[in-house]
Design a protein around this ligand. Structure first.
Ligand code: TYD
Length: 137
């Protein structure tokens, strides 16, 4: 599962007026965008995430500043530093994620494949490890 979670480069148009990056639905995206949310004014010591989603696909982008994302599939973990507004980290369903080490003024953009649904969350790591272990069998 962790191998599906990759950083993709988004289109970037640069000219003397600055840079422009866009994201739109289409074959280049691994899911159709249904929801957008963003994190801002995050204290440096704060940790976000700390959960997995049963069915949700997401793209995570550092629109401004930087932070780290630790992904865990119940077996292995990988850590990414996101700090470029033209890079998106794809997170597939059933991956535990933790976001931390937010720089001052950072803005995290998240594009999601469905509307907010608390029943899609797994917020307990023991429950997550159990389900992830069953999927691996
Ligand atoms: P939470 O999932 O804890 O945020 P994070 O994953 O960044 O740590 O969400 C914080 C609160 O916001 C929680 O009460 C649920 C609510 N929320 C929504 O109502 N809609 C949403 O789209 C999201 C992502 C969260």
């Amino acid at each position: 599962m962790l191998n599906s979670c990759i950083i993709t480069q988004l289109p970037k148009f640069t000219d003397r007026r600055g840079d422009l990056t866009f994201i739109q639905n289409g074959p280049q995206l691994p899911f159709k965008i249904e929801r957008i949310y963003y994190l801002y004014d995050v204290p440096a010591a704060a940790e976000r995430g700390g959960h997995a989603h049963r069915n949700l696909h997401q793209l995570i982008i550092a629109l401004s500043g930087s932070f780290e994302v630790r992904l865990y599939d119940g077996n292995q973990s990988r850590t990414y530093t996101l700090n470029k507004p033209y890079e998106a980290l794809y997170v597939c369903p059933m991956i535990w994620r933790e976001l931390y080490n937010f720089s001052s003024g950072s803005v995290t953009l998240v594009l999601a494949s469905s509307l907010y649904d608390e029943t899609d969350y797994i917020r307990n790591i023991d429950e997550y490890n159990l389900i992830a272990g069953q999927i691996r069998k």
